[in-house]
Every structure is written in C-alpha cells, then in structure tokens.
Design a protein around this ligand. Structure first.
Ligand code: G4P
Length: 530
C-alpha cells in the first residue's frame, strides 16, 4: 500500500453537534486528553478561566467571549489521525456551522441526558441527515439525574426520525449512577466520580453474572437492569454497520463527559464504527480519497484574522490524495494554476504551517480574495468541480440603511465581500426604483458581526431594521414561472439573491402553502444549490 493510502486509511474526520451546554466542549476536551494534546482537560475553552476557544480570531469573539466561527482540531489516538470539526455551540451560531458539516464524514451528536433532544440538535441533525452521513449519539451528564433511558432513546427516534441501537445502557443516573452495561461484552463498566481532568481510569469491568457486581450495584438495580436488557434485546434494532454507514441507524452510548466516564469506550467504539474519508461527488463522478491526485474543496472562508491586513483564510477539506505544499495546484473556478499559500493546520490552541496533508484533513490557506465557498482545487491537468455547498435558509432578516449616503461605494463593496465569505446573505429588492438591501442570517449574532465589520474594516455606519420574515423559499423552476404575475399573500416579499436567483420571503409558514396553492406548478425549495 502506498504511504499516502495508509495515511488516508487512518484518518477520521467528524463534527460534534449539540445544543449549547449539552457538553460538546467538555467531550472534545476529554478526546484531546486521550490524544495527549492536552495535559489537563479544560484548556480548549473554559468560561471560568476566560480562555478562549481556538477559533477566537475576531475581535468580536473576544468581546463577547464566545466562538463565532468553527475550528478544526487534529490529534492522534491509537494509530488513528483524528480531525474534529468544531461547531459553535452558541445560540447565535451561523451558516458556517452548517457548512462545516459538509466537510465531515460523520457526526457525533451530544445530548444532555436530563433534557433530551433540543432545538439546535434538531437543526444540525437535519443537515447531517441530508448528507446521509453516519451519526453517533452520546447521551451525556449521566452523573446528574437523567430522564428515563427508554424515553430518551424513543425521543431521538421519533423527533429525529432515525432508528437507534444502544451499544451500552446506563445503570441509574445522578446519585444512583453506577456505570454502563456493554451489550456486546455483557459486562458492566463501573462509575467512579473521581476522574475529572484525568485519563487514569479506576473503572472496573465486571461481568453481569459475577457476584462481585452486587458490591457495586444494589439488587434492585441489577433486577431493573436485567429487565431493561430483556426489553431492549426484544425491542431494539440490531446493530448493522451498513445501516450506520448510510446514516440509517445511530449507535447510542451513555456517559458523563465531565467526570470522564464512558468517554474512552465511546471513542474506541466510534473510531471502529465510523469510516475513513468518504468519496465525494464531483461533476465527473465520485472522487475516491485514495486517488493519488490531490483535490479539495473550500467549505469556509474566515476573514481578517490579522486586523492590519484584509486577508482571509480559506478552509479546504482535502478529498483525495496528498497535499504537497511545494507543488502547484489548479483552482478550477479561477481557472489558474497556483501554489497554496501558508497552508496551516490547527492542533488545540496552536496553528502551524504544514508541508503535507492527506485526504480527510482540513487545511487553512492564505486567501488574497481568490476563493469562494464551494470552489474546487485539484491537480493541474484535472478540471472537475465538486458538488456545490448548499446555501442554507437564513432565519432572520433585516433591512440595511446606510447612514452616510456618500459612502455607498464602500458600503456595497464591504457588504458584498462579507456576503461572499458566507457570513451573511444579501438580497435585493426593487421598490419604486430604489434598490433596497436586505440581509439574511442564520444566527442573529451575524447582524452584530456585519455592523462591527462594516464600521471597522470599511468605515461605514449602518442601521439595521429588523424584518418579520422567517421563511425563505427559492424558486426552483424560475424559468417556467412568470414572476410578475405570481399570486402572492399580503406578508410575502419578492427579492433576488446575490446571483440573481428569485426568491420569496414569508412571515408565516401557512403563507408558503397558500402561495403554492395559488400558483399551479410553482416549485419552492428551502435552500439554493445554485
Ligand atoms: P457545550 O460545549 O455543549 O456548550 O457544553 P460545555 O461542554 O461547555 O458544557 C456545558 C456545562 O455542562 C459546563 O458547565 C460543563 O462543565 C457541564 N458538563 C458537561 N458535561 C457534563 C457532565 O457529564 N456532567 C455534568 N454534571 N456536567 C457536565 P458550566 O458550569 O456551564 O461551565 P464550566 O464553568 O464548568 O465551564
């Protein structure tokens, strides 16, 4: 096997998704601990110590103490080379979060055992499901009182529409938490509440039939466990790796990230069940990761990491072959050969220049303004394009008013550049000959980011007037529809996006249905692939 194929084979690139506070950061820290990257858990991000996440590049992130952008962490564990794509957990996360999921081969979904499926989990899950990538569930915080285990599993199945297969099963929760039962080995991994911040396990593994188990759990707990196992074995879906691979079955694990219980077991199982880098679809067919020719696509553009320069970093997911910093690559959309500048990778809180990287890896390269999201970079002589990254539906809208009309030129330049990076989406509306600009964002924090950046980088002051729209639909069959004679509703607004695609904004979801009813043949879609 060629050297590079071995490197690709051992790569695992995944995202961790969760609702804020479910424990994503804590779990990531514990993973890094096993990878030997952190000596003591807690250095990735700690609200208490006011240390910022790796991705805190922008001033606004520092001011708010939160993470606006997603970051990537790489570490080694047990022969695997692991890339974790971090996604901001804050309520006001952005479209970036969704796009980051485009670069992952699988996702770990962290759920708070006391709360179950929450709003953000639902949204992020939907994006993962759209790509049919494997999704693994870690039900966290078992050291606190958790909801009934069957209820939790049931909720995942019903709310997210994915069958589950518990790999282990908890014994009690909160004060009565005693460990997890592994359904495969039929052994109990016992819980001790003293493992915080260490990787030293003093957990014990005891066979279900070993009398010693009763020193750890009560007779009642054992009886309940046996009853639950019987129910589970009878009712739950059998583990089927091929279904996991297609995202049609989610293996479920239980644990407590904070006390570092069940984390290593989870990591070990997960690494075996998740796949090495997956092939990616391009206009010439599937591109195999083991293909010797280098190829990658841009999934995220991060602006202004250095305030003095208007530079950007383009994040690329390598899809095939090996990246060699000394070799030229071909940027398909720009139709030019080039050398990727200052390619970087991130390890915990350190960014370093890399000279080589492999399919599955993420690199950030210096971008003087050449790249757009979704662009393909490949070996010179090749000319394919990877499947585009969808534009996700913004959920908040505002009209932008320029305070000093003399600065219109800078304003248009600034807002277009920021939109090109994908932080915001802009829509144009023609009202009585005057062009109005409407901004749409996935998370409301992006409005602040826009205002801040226009002021600081372009010296332009704006006012944002919030609009009540919540639903956006692109017109799929725009060439067949007579837009001027569309029968709308009173709450509907017609606008065009940056690329001139027509779309409709609505205040109510029922208006969407009404417009579809009133205009036969009209086809609407929640995201745009153009
Ligand atoms: P997030 O990235 O998903 O937003 O969650 P994060 O890991 O920051 O965890 C949110 C809070 O939940 C933190 O407490 C964290 O310590 C706690 N937590 C995470 N995992 C567990 C667990 O397994 N058991 C228990 N009991 N708590 C857990 P915090 O007080 O908000 O922050 P901090 O001061 O501890 O950083």
């Amino acid at each position: 096997m060629a050297d590079y194929s071995r490197e690709i084979e051992r790569r695992r690139t995944f995202a961790i998704i969760s609702h804020p506070d479910a424990g994503k950061t804590t779990l990531t820290e514990k993973f890094l601990l096993y990878g030997g990257v952190l000596n003591q858990a807690g250095s990735v991000k700690g609200k208490a110590t006011a240390r910022h996440a790796v991705s805190d590049w922008m001033e606004i992130e520092k001011q708010r103490g939160i993470s606006v952008t997603s970051s990537v962490l790489q570490f080694l564990y047990d022969g695997y080379c692991i890339n974790i794509l971090d996604t901001p957990g804050h309520q006001d996360f952005s479209e970036d979060t969704y796009r980051t999921l485009m670069a992952a081969d699988s996702a770990v979904m962290v759920i708070d055992g006391g709360k179950g499926v929450e709003a953000q989990t639902r949204k992020l899950f939907k994006v993962c499901a759209m790509r049919h990538i494997p999704i693994f569930t870690f039900i966290n915080k078992l050291d606190r009182d958790a909801r009934d285990t069957f209820d939790l599993v049931d909720e995942i199945e019903k709310e997210l529409g994915i069958p589950t297969c518990p790999v282990n099963w908890p014994i009690g929760s909160g004060k009565n938490f005693r460990g997890v039962y592994d359904r495969n080995t039929r052994r109990v991994l016992t819980f001790r509440d003293t493992l915080k911040g260490t990787k030293e396990g003093i957990e014990e593994e005891i066979d279900l039939n070993d009398p010693h188990l009763l020193d750890v759990i009560t007779e009642d707990q054992k009886a309940q466990l046996e009853e639950e196992i019987e129910l589970l074995d009878g009712a739950s879906v059998e583990f089927d790796q091929s279904k996991v691979d297609k995202g049609e079955l989610s293996p479920v694990f239980f644990g407590s990230a904070l006390t570092n219980f069940g984390v290593e077991t989870f990591l070990q199982h997960f690494l075996k069940m998740t796949s090495s880098p997956l092939p990616r679809m391009a206009d010439c067919g599937l591109i195999n990761p083991a293909d010797p020719d280098f190829s990658a696509f841009v999934f995220k553009i991060q602006a202004n990491m250095n305030k003095n320069h208007r530079d950007r970093i383009a994040f690329m997911r390598i899809c095939s072959g090996k990246f060699d910093a000394d070799k030229e690559v071909y940027h398909v959309q720009g139709d030019r050969k080039m050398r990727l500048l200052q390619p970087q990778q991130m390890m915990a809180d350190d960014r370093h220049v890399v000279s080589e990287a492999y399919a599955g890896d993420i690199i950030g390269v210096f971008d003087p303004g050449l790249f757009s999201i979704g662009d393909t970079v490949c070996a010179p002589g090749k000319k394919f394009r990877f499947e585009g990254i969808p534009t996700f539906a913004p959920e908040h809208f505002a009209r932008v008013a320029l305070l000093d009309s003399m600065k219109r030129k800078q304003f248009v330049k600034g807002i277009e550049q920021i939109a090109q990076e994908g932080a915001i989406q802009i829509f144009r509306e023609n009202s009585g000959g005057m062009e109005e600009i409407i901004v749409g964002v996935v998370g409301v924090l992006q409005f602040d980011v826009l205002k801040f950046r226009l002021e600081n980088e372009y010296n332009v002051d704006i006012r944002l007037d919030m609009l009540p729209y919540e639903y956006i639909r692109w017109i799929v069959n725009k060439d067949e529809v007579d837009l001027d004679h569309l029968v709308g509703t009173s709450d509907m607004k017609k606008v065009v996006d940056m690329k001139g695609n027509p779309l409709l904004l609505f205040v109510n979801s029922w208006s969407v249905g009404m417009v579809l009813d009133r205009n036969e043949g009209l086809q609407l879609e929640e995201f745009s692939r153009n």
